[in-house]
Design a protein around this ligand. Structure first.
Ligand code: AMP
Length: 579
């Protein structure tokens, strides 16, 4: 084993699932899942306290919960990042302490299997987890004695596992991830060892458990019967089993109030149609953000236990006109990807050619005020600066001005979210800037440029420049506190520096506009109009700071301009390189 391989073995991957969790590691170029002491790769994400006070985790906890529903807790991943509290075993538990118990168990399994104390981990979370949920995950890891090397999105991990198995395939892939409690879709492109996330969308409260709940309710109402509250756990377990059996059978039998009734696959589809209908808008949003249609997809990768349900497969055929060709087990693919990421974190030689790019899952912006009808400012509006699904690292800026000539202070409040009003988004930081009022002889009074620079580790640097004086003030928002040391944060901020140019100021773009201005002088009539239109389109793309838009409109402008410079190119091919 090389030194690097040895390091990789010590960073483990953890898929902290709503229903089950898995632990994995990367060794000798291969990702592996580590089985628990029962020989099982899936450990139920359930915590309970036994009658003698012992804390139980996994299968033992799940079994205890069936017979003694108040003795523990499951599905707490759904409450991560909230102030939810549970009471069992004579004490109070939070989603973080429950998750910490699972993570500690994962650490224990890995340490046992690898024969060494494991202290570093890559943990996967749903792509649509917002930062409070990610921070809660990091906190849970800390309690469990694990340093989080990287939090990665579950679908990205799945794509990594898929890309690693099929290194020569160029694929536009939709990862359809439906677990017990969450639903995410992510669009990725895989080429030459690069896994590039294009867009992601999701619903944090939609998953296999909702299907089980809907089936329970449908059966109860159809048979006009309710289980005794003490039997609720057993009843739900029976319905869960029926749901799973329907993945491989057309019909199953279920015991209701002492009599056996038949349940068809079509009954299940009817009982859960309202839940299935909630999948479509998420897919539409993801495809729209990436600017592609369903027919452009090469493959669909199914992830999560609930993707085994025939209603999901039918939905995919109906809405995406294709079926997954992937042979990777939907329960294991995320953990395998986490192991590969662990290999990347430990700089394992076997993954040195692999590159992973990601997008920022939520829109980032600031609060602004708008003038009301009486001229008085109305605060509380969200002004986006980095749109969701922008490839990271990225840097974007926007100009703002004061509402009143005497205003000397601007409070920049930073938010993330998709709502029009900031009260519906999440506040993540604040910075106060003084000296904005006009001083004698100064230009551009009352104007500030707010620049956001965001990187793969969730470091957001906010830089506010007072345009009249050139004075700058910066704030670094660590979106996942505890993940990085101060030196790593400083390094990340430094790496963002080269990105901090407005595209309109970059030399190739300026040169392109100069050329367009030169050709404009030579033209008249429709040709001149045409050049005007393509130049306008390029200029507005520059203002949008959208890399893809800039690339596309630059290509159109270059095609128009090229014939006018052919003769110069022939005369001196080096000096007249295209911008
Ligand atoms: P996960 O969070 O990925 O472990 O997914 C767990 C969810 O998948 C639970 O809601 C299970 O009920 C569901 N699930 C697992 N296996 C099956 C199956 N064969 N058929 C239907 N649902 C399943």
């Amino acid at each position: 084993m090389t030194r690097k391989n040895r390091q990789a073995a010590r960073v483990i991957g953890i898929d902290l699932g709503t229903t089950n969790s898995l632990v994995s590691h990367f060794q000798a170029g291969v990702p592996h899942i580590l089985a628990n002491e029962l020989g099982e790769e899936l450990t139920p994400s359930v915590v309970a306290v036994a009658a003698d006070g012992q804390v139980l985790v996994g299968r033992a906890a799940r079994d205890r919960l069936i017979t003694e529903p108040g003795s523990g807790c499951a599905f707490f991943k759904r409450d991560m990042g909230t102030s939810a509290r549970y009471h069992f075993g004579g004490r109070e538990w939070s989603p973080v302490t429950c998750s910490a118990a699972i993570l500690a168990e994962m650490k224990r399994i890995a340490s046992l299997r690898l024969g060494t104390d494991v202290t570093q981990a890559v943990i996967t979370v749903p792509a649509y987890f917002h930062d409070a949920q990610r921070q809660a995950t990091v906190e849970a890891a800390k309690i469990a004695g694990l340093k989080v090397e990287r939090i990665i999105n579950e679908p990205t991990a799945a794509a990594l596992a898929h890309g690693y198995r099929n290194p020569d395939q160029e694929t536009r892939l939709l990862v359809f991830d439906i677990g017990g409690g969450t639903f995410d879709v992510t669009l990725l492109e895989i080429f030459d060892g690069v896994v590039e996330v294009k867009s992601t969308a999701g619903e944090s409260r939609l998953g296999g458990e909702d299907y089980t709940d809907a089936l329970c309710q449908w059966l109860e109402s159809k048979h006009d019967w309710k289980p005794d509250p003490r039997q609720q756990g057993l009843w739900r377990q029976r319905v869960e089993t029926a749901k799973r059996l329907l993945a491989s059978r057309e019909s199953v039998e279920i015991d209701i109030d002492g009599s056996t009734v038949a349940l068809q696959r079509t009954d299940f589809a009817d009982a859960t149609a309202a839940i299935t209908a909630r999948l479509r808008p998420v897919i539409t949003r993801c495809l729209r953000d990436a600017g592609i249609s369903a027919s452009d997809l090469d493959d669909v990768l199914l992830v999560g236990g609930a993707s085994r349900m025939p209603v999901i497969r039918d939905f995919i055929i109906e809405n995406l006109s294709r079926l997954s060709s992937s042979k990777v087990d939907p329960d294991r693919v995320v953990a395998l990807g986490a192991a590969i990421q662990a290999g990347l974190c430990a700089s394992d030689d076997a993954v040195s050619d692999l590159v992973l790019t990601d997008v920022c899952p939520h829109t980032l912006g600031v609060e602004m005020a708008k003038p009301g009808v009486d001229g008085r400012p109305i605060p509380g509006f969200f002004a986006p600066i980095i749109d969701r699904n922008t490839t990271v690292p990225t840097s974007r800026s926007r100009l703002f001005h004061t509402m009143h000539p005497d205003q000397n202070i601007i409070e920049v409040q930073v938010f993330q979210g998709e709502a029009r009003l900031t009260r519906d988004n999440q506040a993540i930081g604040q910075i106060t800037v003084h000296g904005v009022r006009q001083q004698p002889g100064q230009q551009r009074p009352g104007e500030v440029e707010i620049r956001f620079s965001y990187d793969m580790n969730g470091i957001l640097e906010v830089e506010v420049t007072v345009l009249s004086s050139g004075r700058k003030k910066t704030l670094v928002i660590e979106q996942r506190p505890g993940c990085l040391s101060q030196a790593e944060i400083d390094e990340a901020v430094l790496r963002l520096q080269p990105l901090k140019f407005h595209p309109r100021d970059l030399l190739p773009n300026r040169a392109r506009l100069e050329r367009a201005a030169r050709v404009y002088l030579e033209l008249v009539g429709p040709a001149r109009e045409h050049l005007n239109a393509v130049t306008d389109a390029f200029e507005s793309a520059l203002e949008s700071q959208d890399a893809l838009l800039i690339k596309q409109s630059a290509a159109v402008l270059d095609t128009f301009l090229r014939p006018f410079f052919e003769h110069e190119r022939e005369a001196d091919p080096i000096r007249h390189e295209e911008p």
